[in-house]
Design a binder for this molecule. Structure first.
Ligand code: DGY
Length: 322
C-alpha cells in the first residue's frame, strides 16, 4: 500500500520528523534557506500533508499545486498569519498550529529585550566590540530602572500573561493591558487593570506587544501611537513585525520620541542591510528567536507533526486553528 507523503518546509527537530516517518513518507526541503516560491510549488506536488514554517506563505496557489488529496497543513508556529485559512477552509484542508509550548521561551525573550533595551546593552556591547571602552564611565551608558514601573501589555493572551507574571512578580511592576475580553483572573492575581489602548500607551514605562497579526492589528502601533507614549518608553515586540509601522518606529527612535525598542520581529525578516533599524543604537534587534530553546522547538516539532498525522488519518487535529 502506498504511504501518504508529507512536505516539510525545512529541517525541524528530529522528534517531529520521527513522528511523521512512522506514518508517512517525508519530503524535507533540505536547504538552509526557505524554499523559493517555485521550489515550494514543486515540492508540495502530490502530497497529503504539509508541515509549514512561518517563512512560507501557504495560500490557494500552494494548496492547488499540492492537489485535491491535500488534507492538512500543520504550522511549526503558534502564529499562523502565513496561512490563508479561508483558502484552506474552502478546500476542506485542516489547519493546525502549536499553542502553549513556546509561551515561556517567548516571554523570556521579551523580558531579555526589555532589560537589554532599558540598560543600553547594544551600545555597551558595541563599545566593547569597537574598542571604545576606555574606562569605567560615571556618566556613561546610563539606562532606565525597571523596578516598580508600569508595564503595558498589548494583547493579554498566554505570552502576554507570562511576561506580566515575570515582571509583576519579579520587578513589582504595575500591569495595564488591552484585551478583547476581561481577564478577571489576571486582574486578581497580578492586580492588573484592563484599559483602552490610549491609556496604556500614555501611562506605560514598558510596552510589550503580544497580539496576533491580522488586518485589525497590522501597523496598529503607528506614528499616532508613538506620539502618545512617554519619551522614556521602551517598546518590545515579540509578536509579528507587521503589527508595528516600522517607518514610524524608526522615526520615533531617531528623534528620541521614545527611549528604545527591543525587537524579536521586524518587517521584513530578515531586515535588509540598508534598514536604519540596524544602525540605531537604541534598537536592540534579534533574529526572531523567541521560541528558540530546546524544549520549545522540540515541543513545536512534536505538535506540528501530530497535527499533520491526525489530519492525514482523517482525525480531528489535536491543536486546530479552526
Ligand atoms: C510563533 O510560533 O509564532 C513564533 O513566532 C515562532 O518563534
Amino acid at each position: 500500500m502506498t504511504r501518504p507523503v508529507v512536505f516539510v518546509g525545512r529541517r525541524i527537530p528530529q522528534v517531529g520528523l520521527d513522528i511523521l516517518a512512522q506514518h508517512t513518507d517525508v519530503r524535507v526541503h533540505s536547504g538552509a534557506l526557505p524554499p523559493t516560491r517555485s521550489e515550494l510549488l514543486t515540492g508540495v506536488q502530490g502530497v497529503d500533508g504539509i508541515l509549514s514554517l512561518l517563512s512560507d506563505r501557504m495560500d490557494g496557489e500552494v494548496f492547488d499545486a499540492a492537489g485535491p488529496q491535500l488534507k492538512v497543513v500543520g504550522n511549526f508556529a503558534v502564529g499562523f498569519n502565513n496561512i490563508d485559512v479561508e483558502a484552506a477552509k474552502q478546500r476542506r484542508i485542516a489547519v493546525g498550529n502549536t499553542p502553549g509550548v513556546l509561551t515561556d521561551a517567548t516571554a523570556d525573550i521579551a523580558v531579555a529585550l526589555m532589560m537589554g533595551a532599558a540598560r543600553r546593552l547594544k551600545e555597551g556591547w558595541t563599545a566593547v566590540d569597537q574598542r571604545q571602552w576606555r574606562t569605567w564611565e560615571p556618566l556613561g551608558w546610563i539606562g532606565l530602572d525597571m523596578k516598580g514601573k508600569t508595564l503595558g501589555i498589548i494583547g493579554m493572551g498566554r505570552i502576554g500573561q507570562a511576561v506580566a507574571q515575570r515582571l509583576h512578580g519579579g520587578w513589582g511592576m504595575q500591569v495595564l493591558y488591552t484585551s478583547r475580553q476581561p481577564k478577571p483572573e489576571v486582574d486578581r492575581t497580578m492586580n492588573a487593570r484592563r484599559v483602552e489602548v490610549d491609556e496604556l500607551l500614555a501611562s506605560s514605562d514598558f510596552i510589550s506587544i503580544h497580539v496576533a497579526l491580522n488586518e485589525g492589528t497590522r501597523h496598529s502601533i503607528n506614528a499616532a501611537a508613538f506620539d502618545k507614549m512617554k519619551s522614556t518608553a521602551v517598546v518590545v515586540n515579540t509578536a509579528r513585525g507587521e503589527v508595528v509601522d516600522q517607518a514610524a518606529l524608526i522615526d520615533a527612535l531617531k528623534n528620541n520620541r521614545i527611549f528604545a525598542a527591543g525587537l524579536d520581529v521586524c518587517e521584513p525578516e530578515p531586515l535588509p542591510d540598508s534598514s536604519p533599524l540596524r544602525q540605531l543604537v537604541n534598537c536592540l534587534l534579534v533574529p526572531h528567536i523567541g521560541s528558540a530553546t530546546v524544549t520549545a522547538r522540540n515541543a513545536m516539532a512534536e505538535r506540528a507533526a501530530r497535527n499533520v498525522v491526525a489530519g492525514i488519518m482523517g482525525e480531528p487535529l489535536p491543536y486546530p486553528v479552526y
